[in-house]
Design a binder for this molecule. Sequence first.
Ligand SMILES: Nc1ncnc2c1ncn2[C@@H]1O[C@H](COP(=O)(O)OP(=O)(O)O)[C@@H](O)[C@H]1O
Ligand SMILES: CC(=O)N[C@@H](CCC(=O)OP(=O)(O)O)C(=O)O
Length: 257
Amino acid sequence: MKILVIKCGGSIIDELSHSFFESLKKLKSSGCQLVFVHGGGPDINTMLGKYEIEPVFEKGLRKTTDEVLNIVELMLSGKSNRSIVHKLSLNGIEAIGLNGSDGNLLTGDFIDEASLGAVGEIKSVNTELLQMLLNKGISPVLTPIAITEGGRKLNVNADMAAGAVAKALDAHSCMFVTDVKGVMKDGIIIEELTEMQTQNLISAGSIYGGMIPKVKTALSVLNKGINEVLIVSGKESFFNNGQFIGTKFVTEQEVLQ
Ligand SMILES: Nc1ncnc2c1ncn2[C@@H]1O[C@H](COP(=O)(O)OP(=O)(O)O)[C@@H](O)[C@H]1O
Ligand SMILES: CC(=O)N[C@@H](CCC(=O)OP(=O)(O)O)C(=O)O
C-alpha cells in the first residue's frame, strides 16, 4: 500500500473544508494509507499572548524556553491534535492522536540549544508503531514534539517533522496542506517547481515567511526519492479525477522528459 504523509498547517486547521476531507477519502479508497503531522503556530502565538510572552523566531524556528515549551505542548497536543483527530473521525477517517514524544515515536536532538532553546530536529521515527496502526486501517495524527535520548522534550517545526516521517516511512507521497493553493508568484499558482526555480523564488523574495521551511522540506524529501511532493490548500478539494491541484515539486530530470 502507498503511504501518504500529510502535514496540516496551523494556518488551516480551523478552516479544513468538507471538500478537503472528501479528497482524503478518495485517496484512502484508492489504496493510500494516511499519516498526519500537524502544526499549530497561530494557536501557540495566541496563548503566548495571553501569558504576555512575545513570540521570537529565528529562521522560521520558534525560540523555545522551558516556559514556551509548556505552552507549545499544551496547544499542539491539547488543541490542534484534538481538533484534527475529531474532524477526521467526523468525516469517517479513523484516526488516533499521538504525541511525538510518546513511545519514542519521534526521537531527536537539539539544533542549537544556546540560541534556540528546546528546538529539535528528528533523528529517528518509530515506524513500527506507525505501521501497526496503519495495518489496522487507523491513521496516526502526530504532534511534532520529539524526545532526546536523555528524555528531554523538543519543539520541532511541523514541516520538518512531516518530512522526517515521510522519509522514515519511505512514503510514496508527502503533502503540505496550508491556507493557499500552492506556491504563488504574482498571484498565480505555480503548478510545477524544480529546486533551482524554488531557490530563485526565495532569493527574489517571492517565497517568504512560513513558506520557506515548507519548500525547503519539500525539496529535501523529493531528493530522498519520494515520488510525489505537493503543497495544496485545505480550503477546497485538492484531488480530482486522479489529479492533484496545487504545486508539485519535480526533479530537473522530470522537466527534461
Ligand atoms: N510564494 C508564496 N506563495 C504562497 N504563499 C506564500 C508564498 N510566500 C509566502 N507565503 C505565505 O506562506 C503562508 C503559508 O505558510 P504558514 O502560514 O507558515 O502556513 P502553515 O501554518 O500551513 O504552515 C501563506 O499564507 C502565505 O502568506
Ligand atoms: C520549532 C518550531 O518553530 N516549532 C513550531 C511547531 C508548530 C508548527 O510548526 O506549526 P505550523 O505548521 O502551524 O507553523 C512552533 O513552535 O510554532
